[in-house]
Each structure stands twice: as C-alpha cells, then as structure tokens.
Design a binder for this molecule. Structure first.
Ligand SMILES: Nc1ncnc2c1ncn2[C@@H]1O[C@H](COP(=O)(O)OP(=O)(O)O)[C@@H](O)[C@H]1O
Ligand SMILES: [Mg+2]
Length: 254
C-alpha cells in the first residue's frame, strides 16, 4: 500500500501517493521538490516547495502580481499545461528532447507532476549539463553534443524560457557516450503574447536564439570555475544521490 487516503473535492475517497518526507526528495530546484515515484523507478514526481507557494510568489510581485491569476504562479500546473500543449502540437518527436509526462497525481506534498526520470546506462540519475561541464570541461564530446542539440532544437522549434545549464540533463549510454540532452524544466514561452505557439517559423527563430546562448553559458560557467568562483545553488547531485536505490552503484574510492 503506497498511498494515504484523502478526499477529493466531490467528497470521494482518493488515494494520495506517499512520497515520504521532504528529506526523501532526490533533488530540489528553486521551486520544486523532486521525488522518486514510489511504484516506478523510471519516473519522478515533482511537488511545489512549501516556501515557494503560488500565493507567496504572487505576493512577492506586488501590484503586478495581482494582475495575473494565481494559477500562473504554480510552476507544476504551468508545466503540465505546457507538456499537454507540446504533445498536441509537436507530437512524439518532442520526446527526444523532453521527458514524457504522465499527468498530475495527489500526493502527501500536494499535487505532483509525474514525468520520466532521466537515467544513464548504469541506472544513475543523469547529471545536469552544468555539473557535467564543471567536471569534464568543454570537451570535443560536449561541443559536438551541444552543436547537435542547437541544430535539432532550432529545427523542431520547441518552446522554452532561457535554457539554463541546471535545467538540462545529460543522458549517457556509456561512460564516454552522450546519448542526448533532455530539458527537464523551463519549457513554454514566457512572452505575454506567446505567438510562438501559433507560428512554427517564429518558434524556430526563438528556439534558435535560446539554444545559441548555451555556448556562452558554458563559457561563463567555466570562467567561474577557472577563477574559483561560486558554483551557485542549483544543479549538483552527489554520487550517493544519483545512485540512490541502484544495486550496481560504483563503490566510492575515496
Ligand atoms: N526528469 C528528471 N530526470 C533527471 N533529473 C531531474 C529530472 N527532473 C529534475 N531533475 C533534477 O532535479 C533538479 C531540480 O528539478 P527542477 O525540475 O529543475 O526543479 P525546479 O522547477 O524547482 O527548478 C534538476 O536540476 C535535476 O538535477
Ligand atoms: Mg529547475
């Protein structure tokens, strides 16, 4: 039995997925907690951080915040609508670049968004592009992979905000083989009038600009590393986190 029983709006009994405590999350972003799906190691469930509730985020924006509906501050709900829209407009070809979404579920941390959890060949949770570049540098392998991604992202014209290195994960098929980059956060057009949804030509031009910026972002990150700068808050996972629950986890050597 994985859930606790709750009651939905109509009063009907409803199973809530029990994700454990906040400390059981495998990662936290600026807005959400990411949990393993208790019944499927290939999926994750994202819930809103209590300290980043839509109400608080709306308040922070002051008067401007009240001009927008509360739902527009709910990252999970927004992302779910975006996944649905992408599936509708772009079809299965989008799944090369983004995780598959399985909808929203009730959890003990509030509504949870269920998507594929991106894992490497050995079962580890794939690293963010930020961590990968920090560790390996801008190697020819990284350069080739970024170039291929930029080209493909432009061709398909997928909607995103600025593509951030900690919102992209690098999926490996072998220690030294990158299969693909997967954008796990920041999807959707941020424009007040998001014409990109209706014009594929515009979408491609915008997508090209977003993807091009990755080259600069990688250089900027490596400059921070060269100058012993601060890693920042987002996007690092220790091996123990990446291999949690994986029976073939490598043994730590130091
Ligand atoms: N589908 C996924 N597969 C693998 N790792 C993920 C996935 N989703 C999130 N992560 C990890 O969790 C971190 C936080 O998730 P994210 O969705 O970016 O949260 P937030 O919306 O709060 O920024 C990411 O930087 C990444 O390391
Ligand atoms: Mg994020």
């Amino acid at each position: 039995m994985y859930g606790t029983t709750g009651v939905d709006k109509s009063g009907a009994a409803m199973q809530k997925l029990d994700l454990g405590s906040e400390a059981d999350s495998f990662a936290q972003g600026g807005n959400r907690l990411c949990f393993f799906h208790p019944m499927d190691a290939g999926k994750c469930v994202k819930t809103l951080r209590k300290d980043r509730s839509p109400e608080l985020k709306q308040k922070e924006k002051g008067i401007k915040g009240w001009l927008k509906p509360l739902s527009s501050f709910d990252d999970n709900q927004q992302e779910y609508s975006t996944f649905l829209r992408i599936a509708d407009i772009y079809g299965p070809q989008a799944l090369q670049f983004i995780p598959r979404c399985y909808g929203m579920v009730a959890t003990n941390h509030g509504p949870g968004l269920v998507t594929d959890l991106v894992r490497d060949f050995d079962g580890a949770i794939s690293m963010t592009l930020k961590q990968y570049v920090w560790i390996h540098g801008n190697t020819p392998r990284v350069k080739n992979c970024i170039a291929a991604f930029q080209q493909a992202w432009e061709t398909i014209g997928l909607p995103s905000r600025n593509l951030l290195l900690h919102n992209i994960v690098v999926q490996l098929t072998a220690e030294d083989t990158i299969q693909r980059l997967v954008v796990i956060d920041g999807l959707g057009w941020a424009d007040v009038l998001p014409f990109g949804w209706w014009s594929r030509t515009l979408a491609r031009a915008k997508a090209a600009r977003k993807a091009e910026r990755l080259t600069e972002a990688i250089e900027a990150l490596l400059e921070i590393k060269r100058t012993n700068g601060d890693w920042g808050y987002h996007g690092w996972m220790e091996p123990a986190q990446r291999y949690a629950g994986v029976s073939t986890a490598p043994v730590a050597t130091s």
